[in-house]
Design a binder for this molecule. Structure first.
Ligand code: ATP
Length: 486
């Protein structure tokens, strides 16, 4: 806008105005006649500009659709999903359709400019004819013609300079259409830039003392809903109308304690741990760390004081070393190796083709589920957080891997406050406190034996889920592979 368009506009305006003044000096009447078509061209230009804006918006939309479609289908997980579900032909068809739509829009966009150019040229090519007709007639019929032949020739020469191909008027009209087209791009960019930032540092936010933090996490009567303003209620919903995900949740994880969250799927376990990192803002109540409301501290110090190990391990398409160093940019190679050893993954990394410099591939697809998890654990160890948030994986690990991950986790949890969405029996048994979450409420709390005694939801979940797992685990792999002949 500021380089091409601006300089073009200045140049064309300067040329256009000076030619117009010269024409006006030669003959004011013929000048007015020459520009009789200008309003029509202006109206056409406005219309074309508006259409260009719409077409550009459609083009951006279609381009975005096609790009995300390609990202999805060509990503490692997407490509695998397509293969195993035999969706290759469908994916190709979808791409061809999307691509065709984009081509159609592109052709329309190109044709729009040409159409305006052709219309302008046609209208302006009539202007010299009019000049020759009227001035020439006067020259022939009048005894004292107002213009000489020389003036008429000079006038039409100037006219051609002003309205011919690549002339100032044509360029200015083109720029106008381009500008209107660009507005569509601005609209789209500003749709994103203008999105309100809901979670950011308060002006007087304090920094959590990351190194000296005790790590006490407290939920005080927390109410949380993902969409407090649901579309169901046009007006501000009342408290009772909100579809709360977490309801009146209160608990305290003392420094160094292991608090296990258990409960049915969709109960709100992941949601509650995400509030500790302030990924969402609570609507009622508060989440505090060492007595500081998470809303009053800087987001940087908050993230510096905790680490997440989730079921879905995310690794960047970079080397193992870079993935580990993501936790702490200034970590030395020695610290990285120590962390990897603690997570029982060092030896495995050394066996990779290029050791720590092996590229793990998109989302770490070159590594097994257990390896990825242990790298994630090493990453968390390297960060040395005071608070650890753990979303335990249940599947994808064989017995050997499970044990390695288990011991890596034990090292990681040592001396840190841990909130664990617990699926492993060992975590549950070791927990200082188990919170049983159901429909967003903490319905039961206590240690494993307390809860079994209560004979409520936990006892039921335990007998349905954990006990079965324990029984499965009790059968050694050997027995499955080589069943004893009886
Ligand atoms: P699971 O054990 O299956 O992982 P969970 O107890 O961790 O379940 P949450 O992930 O906390 O459950 O989800 C609680 C509820 O919030 C669910 O009904 C879920 O559909 C909803 N939910 C989760 N994330 C979002 C989101 N980003 N936007 C809207 N609703 C969400």
């Amino acid at each position: 806008m500021l380089t091409n368009t601006f300089t073009n506009t200045v140049r064309n305006l300067a040329a256009g105005i000076s030619v117009m003044i010269a024409m006006f000096v030669l003959s004011p009447q013929l000048t007015l006649l020459s520009f009789a078509f200008l309003p029509i061209v202006w109206i056409i230009g406005t219309r074309v500009g508006r259409i260009s804006r719409q077409v550009n918006a459609q083009r951006q939309q279609q381009l975005a659709t096609l790009t995300s479609q390609m990202e999805e289908t060509l990503s490692v997980s997407g490509a695998m999903l397509i293969k195993v579900f035999g969706g290759g032909a469908r994916a190709q068809k979808n791409f061809a359709e999307g691509n065709q739509k984009l081509s159609d829009i592109q052709i329309r966009r190109q044709m729009l400019g040409s159409w305006l150019f052709a219309a302008t040229m046609s209208l302006f090519s009539i202007a010299p004819v009019m000049v020759y007709l009227i001035a020439g007639r006067q020259l022939i019929t009048s005894d004292n013609p107002p213009l000489t032949i020389g003036t008429i020739i000079a006038f039409t020469a100037l006219q051609a300079r002003l309205v011919g191909p690549r002339s100032p008027i044509n360029d200015l009209l083109g720029v106008r259409v381009q500008l209107q087209g660009s507005l569509a791009l601005f609209d789209r960019i500003y749709d994103y830039l203008d999105l309100p930032i809901t979670i950011q540092d308060k002006p007087n936010a304090i920094s959590l003392p990351v190194r000296t933090l005790a790590g006490k996490v407290t939920f005080d009567r927390v109410w949380f809903a993902y969409e407090a303003h649901s579309a169901k209620h046009a007006a501000e919903p009342t408290f009772a109308e909100v579809d709360w995900t977490l309801r009146n949740m209160s608990f305290t994880a003392e420094p160094g304690q292991l608090v296990a969250l258990v409960g049915p799927s969709g109960a709100g376990k992941s949601t509650s741990v995400s509030l500790v990192a302030r990924l969402y803002e609570v609507q009622e109540g508060s989440v505090t760390i060492d007595g500081h409301d998470v809303r009053d501290v800087t987001l940087q110090s908050l993230s510096d004081s905790m680490a997440f190990v989730t079921q879905e391990t995310y690794l960047f398409d970079a080397t193992v070393r870079e993935n580990l160093r993501f936790a702490r940019q200034d970590a030395t190679d020695h610290e990285i190796y120590v962390a990897a050893r603690s997570a029982a993954i060092h030896d495995r990394i050394e066996l990779l083709a290029h050791g720590y410099d092996t590229i793990v591939g998109e989302r770490g697809y070159k590594l097994s589920g257990g390896e990825k998890q242990r790298i994630a654990i090493a990453r968390a160890i390297l960060k040395e957080p005071k608070i650890l948030i753990l979303d335990e994986a249940t599947s994808a690990l064989d017995t050997h891997n499970e044990r390695s991950v288990q011991s890596a986790l034990a090292t990681l949890m040592n001396g840190r406050t841990t909130l664990a969405i617990a699926h492993r029996l060992s975590t549950i048994l070791a927990a200082d406190q188990i919170l049983v979450v159901d429909h967003g409420y903490i319905v039961e709390r206590g240690t494993h034996s307390d809860l079994l005694e209560q004979d409520g939801l936990y006892a039921r979940l335990y007998s349905e889920q954990f006990l079965t797992q324990q029984q499965i685990d009790a059968v050694s792999l050997d027995e499955v592979v080589h069943p004893a002949v009886t």
